[in-house]
Write a protein that binds this ligand. Structure first.
Ligand SMILES: [Zn+2]
Length: 453
C-alpha cells in the first residue's frame, strides 16, 4: 500500500486546498467521478439546465448577446434549449476580435486573462472566471488512466517558461513535489541524451500515470524500442496536443505496456473530451462544455461524418462563449454507449490539431507547440505559420491584424527564442503575408517542418 498516497489524499491535499480557499476543486473532482456513471438521460437533463442557464445569463448580461437576441428575436425555454441554441450564429475568432469588450459580462466577475491555444494559428484573448473549479479538469481526466489523488505523476511536457525563466516559484515547487507528486521532463528539447536520461527518470520515479504531448510520447517510445530499453509501465498515459494516429497509439502502448488515453482540450474552454482505456472514442466533459459537430452550412452532421467542432462553454460567465468555433474537425461516433459504463455524449476521432516536430542538425527535437506558444498575447498577429526549411533555416509567415503594426521588440524576442532552441546559427526570416492560406485539409497547419528524414 502506498502510505504517502493516502496521507496526501486524505490529509495534505485537502488541507492545501482549504488553505488556498479552493476546496471546490476536490468536490468537483469527486462529483465528476460519480456523475459519469449515472444514466445518460439524467446527465443530459443536467447539461440542458446548465445550457439554459448560461444562455439566459448571456442574453441578460453580455452586450453582444443582448443585442443579438433582440435583433433575432431569440427566446429560450428549457424544453427547447438545444433547438434555441442553434439560433445563435457561430462565434468565430474574428467576431471575438471585432466585438472586443462587448463580449464581456456587465457583472464584475473576477477573471484571469487567457490566450487561446494556437491550433489554428490565430490566438485570441479571453477572460476566464477565477473561481471555476471545473476548469481544472486535469485530475479528473487523469483518472481515465487509473489515477487517483495522491498518485505519482510524470509530465513529459514543454513549457517555454522553464527555458526562459529557470525554475518555478518555491511554493509551487514544494506543492508539485510533495503534494501533487509531479515530476516533470521538458519535452521541448529532446535529443538522444535527454531521452536516455528521461527513461532513467521514469524508471526511478515509477509514476502511476504519465501525461505527455502526443508527439513527445511517440518520439520517446520510438527511442526506447530502437534501443531495446526496459521502461516502467504506468497504469496509463494521457496524451494531448496533437493528433493521435492509430499506429502511434499502438507503438506507445506496446512500449509502455499500458493504454494510451487521448485527451482533447483547449485553453479557451478547458478539457473537452477524453478517451477511455477500452475505446478510441472520446467521452465529453459534458458539464463543462456543450459540443456540436456541424457541416459547412452549420447543420448537424450525420453520425460518423466529419464536421466542425462548435463549443458552448457551460460554466464561464465573465465571457460566455456560445457556439464558439474552435477550429478542429471531429465526428459523432455511430455508437451511443461505451463499454466502460461512463454515460456521456461521445466524439469519434478529432482531427486537425497537427503539430510538427522540428529538428536541429545535432538531433535535438523541438515540439511544434514551442513555436505556437511564442505567439500567445501578440495582438498584432492575426495568423502565423512557422516553417522549418532546413536545419538552420526557419521562415515565419505573419498575417497582421487589421490596423496593427508589428512591434519590433517582440519580433526580436521571437527570433531570439527560436534561435534559443534551434541553435545560435539558425537564420530566422520573418515574412508578412496578406493572407495565410489554409492547408488542403481546410486547417492552417501552423508549424511545418519540411526536413526530410
Ligand atoms: Zn468509455
Amino acid at each position: 500500500m502506498d502510505i504517502v498516497k493516502n496521507i496526501i489524499k486524505y490529509i495534505t491535499y485537502p488541507t492545501e486546498l482549504r488553505l488556498l480557499g479552493r476546496r471546490e476543486l476536490l468536490l468537483s473532482y469527486r462529483e465528476l467521478q460519480e456523475k459519469q456513471y449515472r444514466s445518460l438521460e439524467e446527465n443530459c437533463a443536467e447539461q440542458r439546465k446548465l445550457l439554459y442557464d448560461i444562455l439566459q445569463y448571456a442574453i441578460k448580461n453580455v452586450p453582444y448577446y443582448k443585442e443579438l437576441a433582440n435583433r433575432e428575436k431569440i427566446k429560450i425555454s428549457l424544453d427547447t434549449v438545444e433547438k434555441d441554441l442553434k439560433k445563435f450564429p457561430v462565434l468565430t475568432k474574428e467576431i471575438i476580435r471585432n466585438e472586443g469588450s462587448r463580449l464581456f459580462s456587465n457583472n464584475n466577475i473576477p477573471y484571469v486573462m487567457s490566450t487561446s491555444g494556437g491550433s489554428t494559428g490565430e490566438p485570441v484573448q479571453l477572460r476566464h472566471d477565477k473561481t471555476i473549479s471545473l476548469f481544472n479538469t486535469d485530475k479528473y481526466f487523469l483518472s481515465f488512466a487509473g489515477y487517483d489523488i495522491g498518485d505519482k505523476i510524470m509530465l513529459l511536457w514543454g513549457s517555454e517558461k522553464d527555458i526562459f525563466r529557470g525554475t518555478l516559484g518555491i511554493k509551487a515547487e514544494i506543492s508539485n513535489r510533495f503534494i501533487q507528486r509531479v515530476r516533470w521532463l521538458n519535452s521541448f528539447k529532446m535529443d538522444e541524451d535527454k531521452m536516455y536520461e528521461y527513461v532513467g527518470c521514469i524508471n526511478k520515479w515509477k509514476p502511476k500515470v504519465i501525461r505527455a504531448y502526443i508527439q513527445s510520447a511517440y518520439e520517446l517510445a520510438v527511442f526506447i524500442k530502437k534501443n531495446k530499453f526496459v521502461v516502467h509501465s504506468p497504469s496509463g498515459i494521457v496524451v494531448s496536443a496533437g493528433t493521435l494516429f492509430p499506429d502511434w497509439k499502438q507503438l506507445i502502448e506496446e512500449v509502455f505496456k499500458c493504454p494510451v488515453i487521448n485527451q482533447y482540450g483547449s485553453r479557451e474552454v478547458s478539457g473537452i473530451a477524453i478517451s477511455c482505456p477500452g475505446s478510441s472514442h472520446l467521452h465529453c466533459n459534458m458539464f463543462m462544455n456543450y459540443v456540436e459537430i456541424v457541416d459547412e452550412n452549420g447543420r448537424e452532421t450525420i453520425r460518423g461524418e466529419d464536421g466542425r467542432v462548435i463549443i458552448t462553454n457551460l460554466q464561464n460567465r465573465s465571457m460566455p462563449l456560445i457556439r464558439y468555433e474552435i477550429g478542429d474537425i471531429a465526428s459523432v461516433p455511430e455508437e451511443d454507449s461505451c463499454g466502460c459504463g461512463r454515460n456521456t455524449p461521445m466524439l469519434g476521432h478529432v482531427k486537425g490539431r497537427t503539430v510538427n516536430v522540428f529538428r536541429t542538425r545535432t538531433g535535438t527535437r523541438v515540439d511544434g507547440e514551442y513555436f505556437t506558444h511564442l505567439f500567445y498575447g501578440k495582438e498584432w498577429v492575426n495568423r502565423f505559420q512557422v516553417i522549418q526549411k532546413d536545419y538552420e533555416k526557419i521562415e515565419v509567415y505573419i498575417e497582421l491584424q487589421k490596423g496593427k503594426e508589428p512591434i519590433s521588440s517582440e519580433i526580436n524576442e521571437l527570433k531570439e527564442k527560436i534561435r534559443l532552441v534551434m541553435g545560435e546559427g539558425c537564420k530566422v526570416k520573418i515574412q508578412y503575408k496578406e493572407k495565410i492560406l489554409p492547408s488542403s485539409s481546410g486547417k492552417n497547419l501552423y508549424t511545418i517542418s519540411e526536413l526530410k528524414d
